[in-house]
Design a protein. Sequence first.
Length: 262
Amino acid sequence: TFWIIIIFLLFDIVLVIQIRKYKKLYFKGLKVTSFNYHKLLHDSRDIYFDIMKNHKEHYELDPTIFTSLYQEHLSSILTYLCNILEEYCNQKVSSCIKIVVEPNQDYKKVILRTFCRSNNSDSERGNYEKYQNNNKIILGENTDFWDIVDSLNGTNTNYFYKQNLVEYDKELQKHNKRYLNSNPNWKKDYIGTIVVPIQIQQNKLYDSKSKNVYHVIGFLCVDSLSDCAFLDRQAKFNIDIVKSFADVIFMLLSQYQHYLKK
């Protein structure tokens, strides 16, 4: 009886320690998430109205400087996204924004380019866009983007979520397909990825009755070199987080494109 009591006491002590440990981690996660979400909305508000004010006062603002302002601010916003995801997956996460620079009625021929990256991204990322002979990112030549916009592929999803792209590529090869990526060295940069469109329903912008047609101005891409970053069981949580950032980014990029045209 004595030893049974001792065992139960030890069990209770271990249980209390574990509860305190997970409680501490839980509140740490809440702190990181709430802080970075506040920074996302706070900075986005300030960026939006600062740009509006500056454009009124400096109508002839140099497009290069104008673009740099958005790139700098959006890079910070991408970093907030990485901070949140890293807190929950405990792995390094990077992100970037790809924008449409050459629309085309044939979606496969739409041209994208990297607009900006999170501040924690490797400085060598994206060199393939600068130095390879054909430096264009063609939508139809990237499985991530094409799976999202292709309404005939049967997935009916508006995101691309893969925990392990190498394994995914192996599965595709069994069906005589391949995972396509404009970055020839993508395996050195990441293995797991989340991609969501930066979009809005067209009937929110135009006089259209179609509810399932979207105006896409780019893609928000998140990735990690770890195959443990984006676990399948956490997919819905991770996707919702990335989509929420994409919604805010849409408003800022729309403002950028509007003023750039003017």
